[in-house]
Design a protein around this ligand. Structure first.
Ligand code: AMP
Length: 534
C-alpha cells in the first residue's frame, strides 16, 4: 500500500523538507514527518465524513505540501484519489466527476470558481473541502462546504491506514483521447508502488535522500509523473511550486535548492528565455526531466552547454502511470562525441525494469530494432493499464500489450524514438486539445460544411490548433466569426489560432478526413503560423 511509502519517509527521513509556495501566497516549509501526520488526520476526517473503502474523492489542487497530504490521506482512508485538471472544459469536468462518482471534492481556494458553476450537475458530491485555513476561506454559495485546516485540527493521529489489498484502486486520472469522452485510468496501490520503485532507479530519476526534486508537472497530469510517490520512497526533499508557473516564480522556487526538476518542454523554453534575459544562473539544479511531448534539441543543448544541467528526455503516458522511458546514457553512449550524444538525447531513451516495449507493423509482426524502421509502439508492464474505468473490454491484448497510439523506432541499444502520433490530438503547452471537439464545434456553424483541426508547430506552446474549413458556396464567414463561434463550445485556450479556407479537405479511401494529406497540402501552400510571422 502507498501508506508504506509515507511511513518509510516519516520514519527514516522525517526531517527532509517540503518547501511550497502556498496557495495563500508565502513560501512555507514542512517535512515528511509532518506530512504523514496531517495525512493521518485527513484519513480520520474522511472516515468521520462517512467515506468507505472504494469511495472516490476528487482533488483539484496545485502542487503544494497540502496536496501531498491528500495523496496519502485519501488512499489511507481506503478511498481513491481522483485528480481533477482545472483546465478541463466544464462539460468534461462534470463528466469525469460523475463518471468516477466522486463523493467528496477537495479544492484549492482559488479553484472554487471552477467548481462552483458545475457543482449542481454533480449530484453524488456530498461535501466540498476547501484546502486552506479558516481565515482564507473564499465566499461561496456552494452548500456543504468544509475548511481543510479546520477539519484536520479536530482530529488526532491515533489511527492506522485502512487496510486494503494491494490490487485495490489508489488513484484515478482521466485521459482525453481522440474520440469520445475522457477515459479513466485506475492506478492500484501495487502499481503505484512498483512504478515509484522503478522510476527512482539510477538510470531513471536517480533520486536519493540527498536530492531535492521540484515537480513543475502538476500532480493532476498523468499521475503527477509519480513524483509524489517516488520522492518520499527515496527520502528526497521536495519543492512544490504552487500555482504560479511564470518563469520568475519557478526560478525563485528552483533557487530554494532544487537539484532535479520535471516538466513539459514549454515550461523550459520559457524558463531558458527568462534566464537569458535576466542573465541568471541556477545554483543547485543538476538534472531536468523533460517529457510529455518531444523535447527540442535546442533546449537540451542550452541546458547542458550553457548551464551545465543534464537533460533527461522522457516519454510516458497517463496509461503507463506514466513512465515509459528515460534517456540516460548507457556505456555505448558515454563513449560518443558530444554531437552524437545529443542525437541520442533526441530519442526518449530506454525503459526501466517493469516496462517492456515492442514495435510492430500493422499486422502485428515485430519490427527490427535498427533505429530506422518505425512501427506501432506497444507497451506492457506492472503499471500499464489493462482496461479503462467502467469499460466492458480490455485495451491490452491477452499478453498484456497495450497499443500506445504512438509510432516509434527502437535502436540496437534499446533507445526508443517517437516519430509520430497515430492520434490526432493536439498538444498545446502540455495540455491535450481534441481535434474532434474543435471540428464538431466548427461544423456547428451554419455556413461551414466540413472542418478539420490540426496542430501546427508553435515556438512557445509546442503546438497550437488551427482549423481548416470548407464553407457553403457563396457564404464565407469571417475568421473572427468562426473563432467566436467555436469559443462558445470549448475552453478559451483551446480555441484555434487561425482559420484556413479550403475548397475541399482531402479524404481517405474510407471517406475519413486524411490529416496526413491535409498537412501535406498546407505545407505545399507554404502555411506559417500567424505568431511566427514578423
Ligand atoms: P499523456 O497521457 O497526456 O501524458 O500523453 C501521452 C502522449 O504524449 C504519448 O502517447 C506521446 O504521444 C506524447 N509524448 C509523451 N512524451 C513524449 C516525448 N518525449 N516525445 C514525444 N511525444 C511524447
Amino acid at each position: 500500500m502507498v501508506g508504506n511509502i509515507i511511513d518509510h519517509a516519516a520514519r527514516y527521513h522525517p526531517r527532509r523538507e517540503i518547501i511550497s509556495r502556498s496557495v495563500e501566497g508565502p513560501i512555507v516549509k514542512t517535512n515528511w514527518s509532518e506530512v504523514k501526520n496531517k495525512s493521518l488526520q485527513l484519513t480520520k476526517a474522511l472516515l468521520n465524513l462517512g467515506i468507505k473503502a472504494g469511495d472516490v474523492v476528487g482533488v483539484m489542487a496545485w502542487n503544494t505540501a497540502r496536496h501531498l497530504e491528500v495523496v496519502y490521506g485519501v488512499p489511507g482512508s481506503g478511498a481513491v484519489n481522483h485528480t481533477l485538471n482545472p483546465r478541463l472544459f466544464s462539460e468534461q469536468l462534470i463528466y469525469i466527476i460523475n463518471h468516477a462518482e466522486d463523493k467528496i471534492l477537495m479544492v484549492d481556494p482559488d479553484l472554487v470558481s471552477v467548481i462552483e458553476p458545475l457543482i449542481e450537475k454533480c449530484p453524488k458530491v456530498q461535501n466540498v473541502i476547501i484546502m486552506t485555513e479558516k481565515r482564507h476561506m473564499p465566499s461561496t454559495d456552494m452548500k456543504n462546504i468544509l475548511c481543510y485546516e479546520e477539519l484536520l485540527a479536530q482530529e488526532d493521529i491515533d489511527i492506522q491506514w485502512v487496510k486494503r489489498s494491494e490490487h485495490d484502486a489508489c488513484g484515478i486520472c482521466y485521459t482525453s483521447g481522440t474520440t469520445g469522452n475522457p477515459k479513466g485510468v485506475v492506478y492500484t496501490h501495487r502499481s503505484n508502488t512498483l512504478h515509484a520503485l522503478a522510476s527512482a532507479a539510477p538510470d531513471m530519476l536517480g533520486l536519493a535522500s540527498t536530492e531535492r526534486i521540484m515537480p513543475v508537472v502538476p500532480l493532476f497530469h498523468a499521475n503527477g509523473w509519480s513524483i509524489g510517490y517516488t520522492a518520499p520512497l527515496t527520502g528526497a526533499s521536495m519543492i512544490m511550486p504552487g500555482r504560479d508557473m511564470t518563469p520568475k516564480a519557478l526560478y525563485e522556487m528552483l533557487e530554494c535548492g532544487a537539484t532535479v526538476t520535471a516538466a513539459v518542454p514549454t515550461v523550459w523554453l520559457l524558463l531558458l528565455d527568462f534566464l537569458e534575459k535576466e542573465n541568471l544562473k541556477l545554483t543547485y539544479l543538476k538534472r531536468v526531466v523533460i517529457g510529455g511531448s518531444a523535447c527540442p534539441r535546442a533546449v537540451i543543448e542550452k541546458f547542458q552547454r550553457k548551464y551545465g544541467i543534464k537533460v533527461l528526455h522522457a516519454w510516458g503516458m497517463t496509461e503507463m502511470s506514466p513512465l515509459g522511458t528515460i534517456c540516460s546514457f548507457k556505456p555505448e553512449v558515454l563513449t560518443l562525441s558530444e554531437e552524437e550524444k545529443l542525437n541520442v538525447q533526441e530519442t526518449t531513451g530506454h525503459p526501466p525494469f517493469t516496462v517492456d516495449l515492442k514495435i510492430t507493423d500493422d499486422q502485428g509482426n515485430n519490427l527490427a530494432w535498427d533505429g530506422i524502421s518505425p512501427g506501432k509502439l506497444w507497451a506492457r508492464g506492472a503499471a500499464v493499464v489493462k482496461r479503462y474505468l467502467k469499460s466492458s473490454s480490455d485495451i491490452a491484448d491477452k499478453d498484456g500489450w497495450f497499443d500506445t497510439g504512438d509510432v516509434a523506432t527502437m535502436d540496437p541499444n534499446g533507445y526508443m524514438r517517437i516519430t509520430d502520433r497515430s492520434k490526432d490530438v493536439i498538444k498545446s503547452g502540455g495540455e491535450w486539445i481534441s481535434s474532434i471537439d474543435l471540428e464538431n464545434a466548427a461544423v456547428g456553424h451554419p455556413d461551414i460544411t466540413e472542418a478539420a483541426a490540426i496542430g501546427v508547430a508553435h515556438p512557445k506552446w509546442d503546438e497550437r490548433p488551427i482549423v481548416v474549413v470548407v464553407c457553403h458556396r457563396d457564404k464565407t464567414p469571417l475568421k473572427k466569426e468562426i473563432l467566436d463561434f467555436i469559443s462558445k463550445h470549448v475552453a478559451k485556450w483551446q480555441v484555434p489560432d487561425d482559420v484556413i479556407y479550403m475548397d475541399e479537405i482531402p479524404h481517405t479511401a474510407t471517406g475519413k478526413i486524411s490529416k496526413v494529406d491535409l498537412r501535406q497540402k498546407l505545407l505545399e501552400t507554404g502555411y506559417v503560423h500567424p505568431d511566427t510571422v514578423k
